[in-house]
Design a protein around this ligand. Structure first.
Ligand code: IVH
Length: 676
């Protein structure tokens, strides 16, 4: 079939599904049966998969819902809104800078300038300007997709509606924080728990007139998509923002050196109580945009920025009980129930005790008087026990040797790397044998970074589990909605919404799918590596038929710990059953292969020895950007061994034996048409 014909068929199908959506959601009167609707959707998705030139934005693969979630319609960010890694101590900052220098392969005397910006605790928003005009405003949402809150943002006087400056980019997403000043919050105290909630609440009013009533402010600090931005550094960008009419934080500074960062941090922290807005730390961003670009991102945070959180708040309280919580990986986490105490405006009644070793080390007991610390949004923890106040009758806390949920033995695994027993005790059951672990697995499965099923939160997982509506992940896609409709708190419309959200998520990338399975040690980053390696779900599943998992060690970033975890996951029959059942109901999209038109397509590389002015991590990104692959050992699969200073002799010799091409840094860069 010709391209044009395919496009015509595709467009027709999209038009039809739009019509069905309209009937279903806006007129509440379905035009076709669910099955017919699903089939049409699958046909569209399959067409898109087969022909990558088909990508209408109205496609069901792009829109999250025809229906607006609650009050607002959703829209994708053209450049994702990332989050930030946290730093708490000077040591964290030293490590942050060290990692940057390593990545950029600079020596320790190289000076990095940072834009140090107080971190306002509000709600971030992304404002799209086209030809100087404010055309759309989105909330952060999950970072990829936000709510269209344009109408409400239009009511903020801090947001310029039209920018006339000649040097304003043709198109740009200006990003910053919407917040409420403490003095204005005073008047709203009864309605909201804190200024952040007040800002979030008023920004999400159905009626923009209601938003207008609350004096929301906007401070700009970064950008997303841009076309025509002629600026080379963050600090210059902040200056430009001012010229264009945006407010920026008056306490922003350009600083180099960790000790100066700390000095500024202490200075700002002292001013904190005098400020009219809440700040919870300072954000440091590498100033130079070229360096930022080289550094890139990990998972969902940039390598070039960090949030240095302000020191915590502490309080004393009494432990009334110690509960054992069970996580999805079987870890038994002790949690101290404490007499509720107000720490920095938040009522705290739980504190994590981390693991068995921590309880033993600090000899924490029920009845103890303790100091509790709460730092930023981290779970409060116990700092110390006041032994003077300990009752003579108190006795040591005995950690359970059997699982509180299923009764299986609890074990401490031996860690091959540290050659020590783990600090964490785990339930030894596997698959879906332990109820509590299964529930936690399901919660992970539907969570934001995994299947991200709208309206299917932790509470619903627990509720549906109790009612025996779900036990395995596949049950989520085979729910009996007629039963749910009769449950307390559910009605026709909410069931319809749930059905829709689940339906929307039946198409998933291989990467997210692997992550959703909740395999121990396989987080987002590793799931991505695995999906790139396997490309398709069937290849991933086929692994269970093999006995040799060693191949996986060739994936740069995957080590023995991950391999043995994948192996034990795939050797469990219950897990395989889940995979088979999920395969029946889902459309798991193949991983997008790095464009295969790069200069290094089909070529594999390995680096040995120290390179000059470029780190291993950067070489790896360069190779991948150009469609090549890095592997972690010399084998027949290797095409090029890049050698630097002091290479591992064994690797070089083995490569010679296998007649693998050995090149130096200059030759490698030449392959990329680069000279340095
Ligand atoms: S930059 C990739 N700059 O912090 C950079 N964020 O944890 C990400 N925030 O969602 C954002 N002040 O709501 C940046 N000067 C600042 C900020 C700032 C506050 C918030 C923002 C973001 C969160 C990241």
């Amino acid at each position: 079939m010709k391209k044009k014909e395919i496009q015509k068929i595709y467009k027709k199908k999209i038009k039809l599904i739009k019509k069905f959506n309209e009937f279903y959601y806006n007129k509440s009167k379905p035009a076709v049966t669910d099955e017919e609707y699903d089939n049409l959707k699958k046909e569209i998705l399959l067409l898109e998969e087969k022909y990558n030139f088909l990508d209408l934005i109205e496609s069901p693969s792009k829109i999250v819902g025809h229906k607006p979630s609650k009050n607002f319609k959703k829209d994708f960010h053209r450049v994702p809104m990332l989050s930030l890694a946290n730093a708490f101590t000077e040591e964290d900052l030293i490590n942050f800078e060290k990692k940057i220098l390593n990545f950029l392969s600079k020596d320790k005397n190289y000076t990095i300038f940072y834009s140090a910006e107080p971190k306002i605790d509000g709600i971030s928003a992304s404002l799209t300007y086209k030809s100087g005009e404010f055309v759309k405003g989105l909330s952060r949402g999950d970072g990829k997709e936000g709510e269209d809150i344009t109408a409400n943002l239009l009511t903020l006087t801090d947001i310029p509606k039209k920018i006339h400056s000649k040097d304003f980019p043709e198109e740009i997403d200006i990003r910053g924080e919407v917040f409420i000043q403490n003095s204005d919050f005073e008047k709203l105290k009864e309605k909201f728990a804190n200024p952040r909630n007040a800002a979030s609440g008023s920004l999400r009013q159905k009626n923009p007139e209601d938003t207008k009533k609350i004096p929301l402010k906007f401070i700009a600090y970064t950008f997303g998509f841009e076309k025509g931005l002629k600026i080379n550094s963050q600090f210059d960008y902040l200056t430009e923002l001012n010229k264009w009419g945006f407010k920026t934080n008056p306490l922003n500074k350009l600083i180099s050196g960790v000790s100066n960062l700390i000095e500024n941090y202490n200075f700002v922290e002292k001013q904190r109580s005098n400020l009219d807005f809440d700040i919870d730390g300072i954000v440091y961003k590498v100033n130079d945009f070229i360096l930022q670009k080289r550094l890139g991102n990990v998972a969902n945070a940039p390598r070039w920025a960090v949030a240095h959180k302000f020191s915590s708040n502490k309080a004393t309280s009494k432990i009334t009980d110690i509960e054992i919580q069970l996580g999805r990986t079987g870890a038994l986490t002790p949690v101290a129930k404490i007499k509720p105490v107000n720490i920095g405006g938040v009522l705290v009644s739980n504190a994590t005790l981390h693991n068995e070793d921590e309880i033993i080390r600090k000899d924490i007991r029920i009845g103890d008087t303790v100091t509790v610390e709460r730092a930023g949004d981290v779970i409060p923890h116990i700092l110390s026990v006041d032994l003077k106040k300990r009752s003579k009758k108190s006795s040591k806390f005995i950690f359970p040797k059997t699982c509180p949920s299923c009764g299986s033995k609890t074990i401490k695994e031996f860690n091959k790397l540290t050659k020590k027993n783990d600090a964490v005790r785990r339930c030894s059951s596997e698959g879906y044998k332990c109820d509590k672990i299964s529930i936690e697995k399901l919660k992970h499965f539907v969570s934001k970074e995994a299947f991200n099923i709208d309206g299917f939160g932790k509470k619903i997982v627990e509720n549906f589990w109790k009612l025996k509506l779900i036990k395995y992940p596949q049950d989520i896609f085979n729910l009996d909605f007629s039963k749910i409709e009769n449950l307390d708190g559910w009605g026709k419309l909410s069931v319809q919404n749930l059905k829709y959200s689940i339906e929307q998520k039946k198409t998933i990338s291989l990467e997210k799918f692997i992550y959703s399975l909740g395999i121990r040690h396989i987080g987002l980053e590793n799931a991505k590596l695995l999906s790139k390696h396997f490309i398709s779900f069937s290849e991933f599943k086929n692994l269970s038929k093999q006995t040799n998992y060693e191949d996986l060690l060739n994936i740069d970033g995957i080590g023995e710990t991950q391999v043995s975890s994948i192996k034990s996951f795939l050797s469990n029959e219950a897990n395989i059953k889940v995979l088979n059942e999920l395969e029946k109901v889902l459309l798991i999209k193949d991983a997008i292969q790095n464009s295969d038109d790069g200069l290094l397509n089909n070529k594999t590389f390995l680096v040995t020895g120290k390179l000059n002015g470029i780190s291993r991590a950067e070489v790896k990104s360069l190779i991948e950007e150009n469609s090549g692959k890095t592997i972690s050992s010399v084998s027949k699969k290797l095409n090029f061994l890049i050698i630097g200073e002091k290479p591992t002799r064994k690797k070089v010799e083995y490569a010679k034996q296998l007649k693998i091409k050995i090149i130096d840094q200059a030759e490698f860069l030449k392959m990329l048409n680069k000279t340095s």
